[in-house]
Ligand binder design. Structure first.
Ligand code: NCD
Length: 302
């Protein structure tokens, strides 16, 4: 990761990924016990611009930055000049002129992050890009799985749900494959991704097949806000074929379950599973802070 930006998992080699996960693993114990962390980013200013809804990713980046001693501000598009017709470029140039070192950006349009990185002097860190990229989510998923299994190599991960609209599926599959995992996917026809990335991967027919095949089942919510107007999902049919139910979980105690959040309880996952040791969803959140600390340190500590 020679660049000062983190734009895409496609820019990361297996060595880059391993080295970020090693840094996160070293940070994890002290971060998780909330012990004082070395304020290596003291004096650095980071702006978090989330132009799409976010709870955990924004809080996670903010926590990570503050634990390293950096100062943060959050830029909200609502209530800002964007609502008065200002372009994103002008808003970001205004922020840049105030002296920020890094921009953590979430935006709904594919390609915006790379474009901003070309003209901005700030380090651009992708916190979610349309349907294509969410690199720190992919790294935290890999970090969580590596901790659980000891190694990712040779593990089978089944991604289930709305892969078509999912930047998480695309980036997490890329990172896990680079780490040697085998990826299978499972979705109704309307939610199957059509891009080349998935063409060679195994398509599984139902969550039951996923539970037989995989070591880890990675659930995704249906991104209703991105569904085409002519696509309707029958919730009961969806649940019968794609949801992780308590019964299924009980029958497959050897599995682990992941989800990037937000979870739609009672749709893709039964709520009781959240409290089960087989569920790594809250562990993913903990890894999220450590991985983002590792990334921020790497990009901004000189
Ligand atoms: C995801 C996202 O926004 O890409 N959530 C997250 O960042 N943890 C997935 C989603 O919105 O379903």
């Amino acid at each position: 990761m020679a660049s000062s930006h983190l734009l895409s998992t496609h820019d990361l080699s297996r060595e880059d990924i391993t080295s970020i996960l090693d840094d996160a693993a070293a940070i994890l114990p002290s971060h998780a016990s909330l012990r004082q962390i070395d304020p290596v980013l003291a004096g650095r200013n980071i702006v978090l611009a989330f132009l799409e809804p976010s709870t955990r990713t924004r809080l996670s980046f903010e926590t990570a930055a503050q634990r390293l001693g950096a100062s943060t501000i959050v830029f909200h598009a609502t209530g800002s000049s964007v609502e008065k017709g200002e372009t994103l470029r002008e808003s970001l140039r205004t922020i840049e002129a105030m002296g920020f070192d890094a921009l953590v950006l979430r935006h709904g349009q594919n390609g915006v992050h790379r474009d901003v990185a070309q003209w901005s002097s700030m380090s651009v860190i992708n916190a979610g890009e349309g349907t294509v990229q969410h690199p720190t989510q992919a790294l935290l998923d890999a970090s969580t799985l590596r901790e659980h299994f000891g190694a990712i190599d040779g593990r089978k991960v089944a991604i289930v749900g709305d892969l078509r609209h999912s930047r998480v599926a695309r980036s997490t599959a890329d990172v896990l494959q680079k780490c040697g995992a085998q990826i299978g996917y499972c979705a109704p026809d309307e939610l199957v991704p059509t891009d080349a990335q998935f063409a060679e991967m195994q398509r599984l027919d139902s969550i039951h097949d996923c539970c037989e095949w995989a070591d880890a089942v990675y659930l995704l919510r249906i991104q209703r806000e991105r569904l085409a107007a002519d696509v309707t999902i029958n919730d009961a049919e969806y649940r019968s074929r794609y949801a992780m139910t308590v019964d299924l979980a009980r029958a497959h105690r050897e599995l682990v379950v992941l989800h990037p959040g937000p979870v739609n309880i009672g749709m893709e996952l039964d709520g009781e599973i959240l409290d089960d040791p087989m569920c790594l969803i809250h562990r993913q959140v903990t890894h999220g802070v450590a991985v983002r600390m590792a990334v921020l340190q790497r990009l901004l500590h000189s």
